[in-house]
Design a protein around this ligand. Structure first.
Ligand code: GAF
Length: 387
């Protein structure tokens, strides 16, 4: 799958909907978070890489401030005007589009009307960040269309604002940063407090390794409410400890801090965030070192256990996928993304990926779960214009 093939479909869909050719097409990828889960809204560290799967937005100007959007696979054509540019006015998938128009205009950028058509290869509801890819493709297309020059490093916050305020999901900055700032062959080591980033070489193929993505297809359960609850738990704990954010607590101070918290739930949440930040730093060290990437496996498995036992965001399907992959020979495995379903990543020798996928499939059938999908992921390019 390539962005240019997705771009072609977006252009065809544009022509079919509007009877003319688009003037810009902008691709934005989904992501895998290698490690650093739920650390972003705690001002912590994350380490995503971009997938080769993209959303492409094809667009052309219209003379009035009216936006129309079609999306491959959706029957409806959604139109909204300036009156709809208030949080909550446009709902469903088109809210992500309206949210971006709203965020850009709110920030003072002169974005006029547009016809838009979307095509996507990013699996939806799998925790691979299809919503952020959609936002970032629309953001890039509208900026290109209206000649609005926003530095790459400032774009994620705009897309995040669309999601937080317009759509109403209290997410951090991980997904939009990954979609916009990632580079081919690299993972993005991001400090979510300062926005500082390092592109860390991440080429597993050269070492005979593959990162296998196992999409458990588990239906997301209570994901919105639970996500907001985890965020609130962390903010409350930081407050109780007199910290600006849990990022300000390190392993050295962890035991003392835990002793000061009354609630066992708060203690578990804090322990996950502090140890997870540490695991990101450790992972970056292993990648920078470049000597033995197989050592990443242990960190992935530890991260999974922390999400399962301390942050309590895994479900039976993801636990089984991670366990079965490791039992079949993966060096390590963890759930990636917000949780309560979605995907597991497993670090495998390339020549063992088929065997490991088959073992996970077999374990799912035995447990009575819907069989998962599995595919390899390579670190791909961040969002860009396709011309
Ligand atoms: C979701 C959110 F959108 C991110 O901001 C991040 O918190 C992630 O869950 C968990 O790491 O993808």
């Amino acid at each position: 799958m390539t962005a240019s093939a997705t771009g072609l479909r977006a252009a065809e869909s544009f022509i079919a909907a509007y009877g003319r050719v688009p003037t810009v097409r902008w691709a934005a990828p989904g992501r895998v978070n290698l490690i650093g889960e739920h650390t972003d809204y705690n001002d912590g560290f994350v380490l995503p890489f971009a997938l080769p799967h993209n959303v492409v937005a094809a667009a052309a100007k219209v003379p009035n401030p009216v936006w129309t959007v079609v999306s491959e696979g959706m029957d409806e054509r959604v139109t909204f005007t300036v009156d709809d540019l208030e949080p909550g006015k446009v709902e469903g998938w088109a809210a992500y589009v309206a949210g971006v128009v709203w965020a850009l205009r709110e920030a003072g950028h002169e974005i006029g009307g547009a016809d838009l058509a979307l095509a996507s290869d990013v699996p939806v509801g799998s925790g691979l960040s299809s919503s952020a890819a959609l936002e970032c493709s629309v953001l890039g297309a509208l900026c290109a269309l209206y000649g609005v020059d926003i530095p790459e490093d400032d774009r994620p916050a705009l897309a995040q604002r669309a999601e937080n305020v317009y759509v109403g999901a209290p997410t951090g900055i991980l997904d939009q940063s990954a979609s916009i700032r990632c580079r081919e062959g690299h993972a993005l080591f991001l400090d979510c407090r300062t926005g500082e980033a390092e592109h860390v070489p991440f080429d597993l193929a050269a070492r005979g390794l593959t990162m296998l993505i196992i999409d458990t297809r588990a239906p997301h359960r209570h994901v919105d409410g639970e996500y907001a609850a985890r965020r609130a738990d962390c903010e409350k704990a930081a407050d109780a400890l007199g910290l600006r954010a849990l990022r300000d607590l390190t392993l050295d101070g962890l035991d003392d801090a835990l002793a000061r918290l009354d609630s066992p739930v708060a203690r578990r949440r804090v322990r996950h965030i502090v140890t997870e930040n540490q695991r990101v730093l450790h992972t970056v060290g292993v990648l920078r070192d470049g000597v033995e990437p197989r050592r990443l496996g242990e960190l992935l498995t530890e991260s999974h256990a922390s999400m399962r036992d301390d942050y309590e965001i895994t479900v039976g399907e993801v636990d089984l996928a991670a366990e079965a992959a490791v039992a079949a020979g993966a060096y390590g495995a963890r759930m990636t993304g917000g949780g309560f379903g979605g995907c597991v990543i497993a670090l495998c020798d390339t020549d063992k990926t088929a065997e490991i996928s088959a073992a996970v499939h077999k374990a799912f059938v035995a447990a009575g779960y819907t069989p998962p999908a599995a595919f390899p992921a390579t670190a791909s390019a961040g969002s860009r214009g396709l011309g």
